[in-house]
Design a protein around this ligand. Sequence first.
Ligand code: PMT
Length: 398
Amino acid sequence: MLEQKNIILGVCGGIAAYKAVELLRLLTKAGANVHVIMTHAAREFVAPLTFQTLSSNPVHTELFDLISEQEIGHISLADRADLFIIAPATANVIGKIAAGIADDLLTTTVMATKAPVLFAPAMNVNMYTNPIYQENEQKLQRLGYLFEAPVRGSLACGWEGEGKLAAPEAIFESAVAALTKKDLAGLKIMITAGPTREEIDPVRYISNHSSGKMGYALARAARRRGAQVLLVSGPTALKKPDSVTVVNVTSAAEMQSEVMARVAQFDVVIKAAAVADYRPLVRNSVKIKKKSSQIAIELVKNPDILADLGKLKQRPFLVGFAAETNALAENAAQKLSKKNLDMIVANDVSQPDAGFNVDTNRALLLFKDGTSIECTLMSKDQLAEAILDNIVEQLAKR
Ligand code: PMT
């Protein structure tokens, strides 16, 4: 996701400095080439060797370090950067940058870079709410600097309140967003994700193995690319994506009423949810007792939400998924035409590394005009990007 991106990670002195190690790990795992700059105070909290080992790059600490200036000077570091992240960012460093002070390697490199700069502040709650700090942050925001706000919690200083460094995953997400083209800006996209549960009685239900990972990856990617995203989600254990509106549902009937009530406001609908095709005819109001050796549960067909969307007179750009275990292309092509879709993402859910409840997927994208594109094995995040690339292309042809 961040392949070929050069990122500078500035680490300031604070107890949250250890969390920058986790952020570095996320950045390098996503393919970024990361150079770490540590302030003197940061080195009191974490040893430079930790960052050096995990980044596979020398850690930069001194403005006038002759050897590293010869190998890669601070100006060239600043020039090469695609993004500059400062995490944790202290009130001191934010104040210095806001005032134009460049008296060490970190502040000098920030001053010299033309790359976007993302601050993730961490400090005591009274420092954070101090009008001097707030004015500095607002000034930097007005100048186009990005901020990942700290969260509430119990702080290392013993106080409770705002000032805790945002989760490394949230800073990572903002970093990816800062580096992402906003080609979906202005579009409203509804995405369904996860399974549905069809209750048999108060303790049992019929469902499937969907984890929601595919749909949530699509929601995160669409948001990053500038879309306004609504996620209609069946029950999952996943964290709500930042800046995405989530409507939680349980059954297919609930998903249908939420989707149909809102569809008129959307430009694109992507149905990644694994909707149960059948539900029990009767939901027992009390737990069914274990008596006979066999019981039969009569099932009735659920509404086909995607087919209903396809029948709308004024319908959005419609993307379905096809979960198949055989005849992938044929079955998906049938669903594409029968449900009146613009595009379908066919995945073979019999494969151990694709489909349900894994982090990777491979898919065949089929389009209304009969063309298709094969996506080989990749992470669900990468597949989400590929699906959105194709939606952008198809929308441009309309
Ligand atoms: O959630 P994960 O663990 O990440 O797994 C991802 C996934 C395997 C669930 C996903 O990639 C996927 O294939 N989703 C669609 C699953 C499915 O229900 O496929 P289907 O072929 O049965 O249905 C075809 C399409 O009709 C789907 O877009 C489905 O959302 C929709 N449908 C199906 C039945 C129904 N009653 N209403 C519907 O809208």
